[in-house]
Ligand binder design. Structure first.
Ligand SMILES: [Zn+2]
Ligand SMILES: [Zn+2]
Length: 250
């Protein structure tokens, strides 16, 4: 059996055939539209775009380091600076912005799915059949929820951050890996996806338990919305609640 059909077989075990079909109906046109949408790779005249950026870069360097230093720097290193800004600084900033947009979209929509009884019963309760998450369970949800929460959120991030097809592809791949990893049930010490923020498998496991179902809405990258809006729950909070409960019953 090929690995593709193994994955397909695994998916049909955890997602019903009708759910899988409805996902394909949504994903296929969406994917085709997205691939055809804009120019990418060699189709883009990078030299022309970089040339257009040069005056702006000159002004920026002058503001940051002052006129005399800027003149010296730009005389010797204008092309290196432009290259680094175009190929590294701007894509990194766009990637980070895309992460923040996805997090913001998912936090408020996810929270609404828990505060609105109709949305919870009709859509989000499907995902919460999992009290103990597992990797494939990351995408075990109502097809419409998957479309709204994941596809639309990622599309908005791509649009607002002005990403190229390659940049958006990287963001989509990393966010998919991250959400699968957050449901894998393992907090492995050298897992890079779980090291860069407090939003990891353990954090999301709490949300899947009864005690934490009204907490830890943040997904998939950071936890700032939970911290700012007071919906964060840690293992320490759970322990403190248990101790208080014990004290009250004694
Ligand atoms: Zn939830
Ligand atoms: Zn989940």
């Amino acid at each position: 059996m090929s690995s593709t059909s193994q994955i397909g077989g695994g998916l049909t075990n955890i997602v019903s055939t009708s759910q899988l079909k409805s996902r394909l109906v949504i994903w296929s046109p969406d994917g085709l539209w997205w691939v055809e949408e804009k120019l990418a790779g060699d189709q883009v005249d990078h030299v022309a775009v970089m040339s257009n950026m040069l005056p702006g870069l000159h002004s920026l360097v002058r503001v940051v380091v002052g006129e005399p230093t800027a003149a010296r720097m730009l005389e010797k290193h204008a092309h290196e600076i432009l290259y680094a800004v175009y190929w590294w600084a701007i894509p990194t900033a766009k990637f980070f912005l895309g992460m923040l947009i996805i997090d913001t979209w998912q936090y408020f929509l996810h929270r609404a799915m828990h505060t609105n009884i109709y949305l919870y019963k009709k859509f989000h309760s499907v995902h919460h059949r999992l009290y103990v998450p597992y990797a494939f369970g990351a995408l075990y949800n109502h097809p419409l929820e998957g479309f709204l929460l994941d596809t639309v959120g990622a599309g908005i991030a791509e649009f607002v951050a002005g990403m190229t097809t390659r940049e958006a592809t990287l963001l989509f791949v990393v966010s998919t890996f991250k959400t699968v990893d957050d449901h894998c049930g393992y907090n492995l010490p050298l897992d890079p996806l779980q090291m860069f923020s407090g939003n990891n498998a353990d954090y999301h496991d709490i949300h899947h338990q009864v005690i934490g179902i009204k907490s830890n809405f943040s997904q998939p990258f950071f936890i700032h919305w939970d911290v700012i809006l007071g919906t964060r729950m840690t293992r320490k909070d759970i322990e403190l609640r248990r101790q208080k409960g014990k004290q009250r019953s004694e």
